[in-house]
Design a protein around this ligand. Sequence first.
Ligand SMILES: NC(=O)C1=CN([C@@H]2O[C@H](COP(=O)(O)OP(=O)(O)OC[C@H]3O[C@@H](n4cnc5c(N)ncnc54)[C@H](OP(=O)(O)O)[C@@H]3O)[C@@H](O)[C@H]2O)C=CC1
Ligand SMILES: CC(C)(CO)C(=O)C(=O)O
Length: 305
Amino acid sequence: MHIVVLGAGALGGYFGLRFQEAGAKVTFLVRQKRAEQLQKHGLAIRSPHGDVLREKINWETNPADVENPDVVLVSVKGYHLNGTLEQLHTLVNKGAYVLPVLNGIEHIHILQQEFGKEKIIGGLAFIIATLNNQGHVVHTGAFHELIFGPLCTEQEKVTSELESFSNKAVMKGERTANIMYELWKKYMFINAFSGITTAVQLPIGEIRKHKETFQIAIHLLQEMRELAGKYDVNLTDKDVTEAITKMEQFDAQATSSMHQDLRKGLPLELDHLHGGAIRLAKAQQLELIYTKIMYGIIKPFENRT
Ligand SMILES: NC(=O)C1=CN([C@@H]2O[C@H](COP(=O)(O)OP(=O)(O)OC[C@H]3O[C@@H](n4cnc5c(N)ncnc54)[C@H](OP(=O)(O)O)[C@@H]3O)[C@@H](O)[C@H]2O)C=CC1
Ligand SMILES: CC(C)(CO)C(=O)C(=O)O
C-alpha cells in the first residue's frame, strides 16, 4: 500500500513514519522549506512509545512525481486545506483515496464536494504532538490513536487494507463502521478543550482548579452535542460524561494544539473549528452562544504572525 502524507507536520510526520515502520510505502508530499529540512535532518519521532530516526525518507514536492498513490493522508491545518486542493486533484486522478485527519467537520463536506463522496474516507487522531526546531516530531502523553472508516461502501477494501497496516504499526489504529459519529464526538471534545485552553491561555490543570472556568468547557460540550444532533448524529450523555472525564484526567500540563500554536505565535485553526461550528449551526437556525463567545475571545490571536 502506498500512503502519501500531505502535511508532514506533527501529526502527518508521526503517523506517516509509523506506517512506514509497519511496512507501508510512504511518500511525504511537502513544500520547499520542509523538503530542505527533511533533507538536512531526516525525520524522527521522540515518543514514549519509542524513538525512530530515518535519515532518508521518500519525499516529493510535486504530486505529478508521485507514482501509484493508494491513500493520501491529509494532515494540514484547516486554514491550509484550500491550498491542497490542486495537489489532491493530481493524486485523486491517479486513483488515490483521500483520508483527512484534521480536527473538525466542515472539511469533509468541502472535500466531498470537490472530489465526490466515494473518494473521501473519514478519519481523526488523538495525539499530542508538535515539531521541534529540526522538524522532528515530539510526541508527549501516552495516546496515539488513529481512527478511520468508510463513508461509503466503495471504501471497504481500502480501509481494510489500511487497518492491516495500522494493526502492525506502533499506534492504536482503529477502523470503525461509524466514523461520522467518531468525528462528531471528537469535534465536540476539541471545540471545548481547545476553546477553553486557548481562551484562558492555560493548560487543563489550571482550568480544572476553577469550577466556574471548567463549567464553560462543559457548556461548550453541550452545545456541540446539540449541533451534532441537527446533523443526525446522536451523541449521548455518556459521550459528554466521557469527554468531561478525559479533561479531568489529562496531565495537568496537557493542552490543545490550538493553545500550543498560540504559545508559539502561529496562526490558529479558530475559523476552521469554532467558526465552522457557528456556520454549521446557522444553517440549522441554531445559535451557539458559548462557542461564539470563545470565538470572539480568541479572534485577536488568530493571525499574529
Ligand atoms: N498536533 C497534534 O497533536 C494534533 C493535531 N490535530 C489536527 O491535525 C491537523 C494537523 O495538525 P498538525 O500536525 O499539528 O499541524 P502542523 O502545522 O504541525 O503540520 C501541518 C503541515 O502541513 C504542511 N502543509 C500545509 N499546506 C501544505 C501543502 N499545500 N503542501 C504540503 N504541505 C503542506 C505544513 O508545511 P509547511 O511547513 O510547508 O507550512 C505543515 O508541515 C490539524 O487539523 C490539527 O487540529 C489533531 C490531533 C492532534
Ligand atoms: C485534544 C488533542 C490533543 C487530542 O488529539 C487534539 O486533538 C488537539 O489538541 O488538537
